[in-house]
Design a binder for this molecule. Structure first.
Ligand SMILES: [Cu+2]
Length: 489
C-alpha cells in the first residue's frame, strides 16, 4: 500500500520533462559531490574491524565517525564437508566459505593485513570490489604461505561488494571458496532493521558427481564447462537448513546481504513465500520495491529486505530450481510467532520443500526401481548410523518427524512401531516401492500414500538401520544385501 501512494506522489511531482531534467541533474550533482567529499572525510581514531563468519554480520556502523580500520584476515586451506560423507579441500578467507564479513563506512581508511597461514600450500591475494585502485588490491596483496602483506585504501563508494582471490588460475581459487563480502555503509549507516544475515552462493565442481563419497578433488574441466555438481549457500549443502536455519520473529524486518561468488553461475535469488519489500539492486544505491526474485551476478551482490508477517519455514533458493533441489542451493528462514489469518490461512507443516539430492523423485506407480550402485563398500555400524541419520533428516523427517513420532492421522510413527518391528522385509519394501492402502500401526489406522524413496541399496540399509536402532525399536541391522534381495524379488 505505502509504495503505491509513494509512487502516485512521485508521478504527480514529475510533471513535465523540465522538472525531470532538473531533478536528474540535481541528483547527479549531489552524488558526484558526495563521492568527491568522501576522499576528504577525516579519520582520527584507529579500530580493529569486527569480522564474522556466515550467516552472521558485524555490528552496524550506525553514526560512528570514519576511522582507520584494521582488517586482519588469514587465509586458510582446510578440509571441510560438502555434504554428508563428501569431503572437499576449501581455500578460505578466515576459515569459512564465504570468507569473513567486513563492515565499513564511507570514509574509512582500511589497513588490510592479509596473512597466508604457514601450513597452506599456495600463494594467494585479494581483490576487493570496493577498492578504487589497480586490481582492487590484488597486486599489492600477493602473499606466499607463512607471510603477511599490508596495504591500505579509503572506501569511497557505499554499497555491498564482493571480495575474492585473484591468483592464477583465478577461476580455481574462486571455485575453491575464496570469496566474501565487504559492506560499505553510507554516512549515518543503513536504516536499522531487526535481523541481518550474510549469505553467499557458490558453485562447486568435483570429480565425483553429487553425493559421491570420499575426498573429492576439484575438477577443472567441469568448471570450464560450467557443469556444477554443487550449487550451495554458505559453502556446503545444508549450511542454512535444519538446525543451521536463520531465524526471525513475526513482525520483524529481515535484511539479507546476499552475494554470489560464482565462479560461473548467476543466481536467481528467491525466498519461497516472501516478497522482497526492498532490493538494493546489485548492492548499490538503486532501491527496487516489491520484488519476487532478484538476479545476483557472479562477482556481485544485493541487499534484500522484507518484513515477515506470519510464522513458518521460508525456503531460500536459487530459482534456477534444479540447483535448489538437486545441487544444494537451499536455505531456510524459520519464523516464529503468532499466526495471522488475515495474511495467510492454511495448513502448515515443516518440510514441504525438501532437497532431493541427485536422486530423481518417483511416484508409487512407477515402482521406483533404480539401478543399484555397482560397488558397495562395507561400512561400520557407526558409519551406517551417521549416514542413515543424515538420510533420515534429508528424506524421511518431513513426514515421520525428527524423533520418529509421526503425525497422528497422517504419517505413522517409526518410533517404537510394531508394524516396523514385526517385519523388516516389509519395511525395506515400503522404502523401496512406497506404500498405499490401510495399515495399522500401534493400534491406530493410517490410510495414506508414501511415495517410493528412490534411494540406493546402501542408503536404504543405512536409513533403516538408523531407524531400527533409534527410539526403542528392535535394533535390526539392515544390510545392502538384504535390500538388494528385496529389490530383486
Ligand atoms: Cu587464492
Amino acid at each position: 500500500m505505502r509504495t503505491t501512494i509513494k509512487k502516485q506522489m512521485v508521478t504527480k511531482m514529475l510533471v513535465g520533462v523540465g522538472v525531470i531534467a532538473l531533478l536528474t541533474s540535481c541528483v547527479n550533482d549531489q552524488s558526484d559531490k558526495k563521492y568527491d567529499d568522501a576522499i576528504d572525510i577525516p579519520v582520527n581514531q584507529e579500530m580493529i574491524a569486527e569480522l564474522t563468519a556466515p550467516p552472521m554480520v558485524p555490528t552496524p556502523v550506525g553514526k560512528r565517525m570514519a576511522k582507520k580500520l584494521i582488517v586482519d584476515l588469514e587465509i586458510q586451506e582446510r578440509e571441510g564437508e560438502m555434504t554428508s560423507g563428501v569431503k572437499y579441500v576449501y581455500w578460505t578467507f578466515g576459515g569459512t566459505v564465504p570468507g569473513s564479513f567486513i563492515r565499513t563506512r564511507v570514509g574509512d581508511e582500511i589497513e588490510f593485513h592479509l596473512k597466508n597461514h604457514p601450513d597452506n600450500k599456495l600463494p594467494h591475494n585479494i581483490d576487493l570490489h570496493s577498492v578504487n585502485g589497480p586490481g582492487g588490491g590484488a597486486e599489492s596483496s600477493f602473499v606466499a604461505p607463512g607471510h603477511e602483506k599490508v596495504f591500505s585504501f579509503k572506501v569511497l563508494n557505499p554499497g555491498l561488494y564482493v571480495y575474492h582471490c585473484a591468483t592464477a588460475p583465478v577461476g580455481m581459487h574462486i571455485a575453491n571458496g575464496m570469496y566474501g563480502l565487504i559492506l560499505v555503509e553510507p554516512e549515518g549507516g543503513l536504516p536499522p532493521v531487526d535481523k541481518e544475515y550474510y549469505i553467499m552462493q557458490g558453485d562447486f565442481y568435483t570429480e565425483g558427481k553429487y553425493g559421491e563419497r570420499g575426498l573429492q578433488p576439484f575438477d577443472m574441466q567441469k568448471a570450464i564447462d560450467e557443469n556444477a555438481d554443487y550449487v550451495v549457500f554458505n559453502g556446503h549443502v545444508g549450511a542454512m537448513t535444519g538446525d543451521n536455519a536463520i531465524t526471525a520473529e513475526v513482525g520483524e524486518t529481515v535484511r539479507l546481504f546476499v552475494g554470489n561468488g560464482g565462479p560461473n553461475l548467476v543466481s536467481s535469488f528467491h525466498v519461497i513465500g516472501e516478497i522482497f519489500d526492498k532490493v538494493y539492486v546489485e548492492g548499490g544505491d538503486l532501491v527496487n520495491e516489491n520484488v519476487q526474485t532478484t538476479l545476483i551476478p557472479a562477482g556481485g551482490a544485493a541487499i534484500v529486505e522484507f518484513k515477515v508477517e506470519v510464522p513458518g519455514t521460508f525456503i531460500l533458493v536459487d530459482h534456477s530450481i534444479f540447483r535448489a533441489f538437486n545441487k544444494g542451493a537451499l536455505g531456510m528462514l524459520k519464523v516464529q510467532g503468532e499466526e495471522n489469518e488475515k495474511v495467510f490461512a492454511g495448513e502448515i507443516y515443516d518440510g514441504i520443500y525438501l532437497p532431493e539430492g541427485s536422486v530423481i523423485q518417483s511416484m508409487p506407480t512407477s515402482g521406483g526401481a533404480k539401478k543399484p550402485k555397482e560397488e558397495i563398500k562395507a561400512l561400520s555400524f557407526e558409519e551406517k548410523m551417521k549416514f542413515g541419520k543424515d538420510k533420515y533428516m534429508a528424506t524421511c523427517v518431513a513426514c515421520h518427524q525428527a524423533n520418529g513420532q509421526g503425525i497422528p492421522g497422517a504419517f505413522p510413527p517409526l518410533a517404537n512401531a510394531d508394524y516396523l518391528n514385526d517385519d523388516v522385509t516389509r519395511a525395506i519394501d515400503i522404502v523401496l516401492h512406497g506404500k498405499s492402502g490401510e495399515i495399522t500401526v500401534n493400534g491406530k489406522k493410517y490410510n495414506s500414500v508414501m511415495t517410493a524413496q528412490a534411494l540406493s541399496d546402501e542408503d536404504v540399509a543405512n536409513v533403516l538401520t538408523y531407524v531400527y536402532n533409534s527410539w526403542d525399536n528392535n535394533k535390526t541391522n539392515v544390510t545392502p544385501e538384504m535390500v538388494k534381495a528385496v529389490r530383486n524379488r
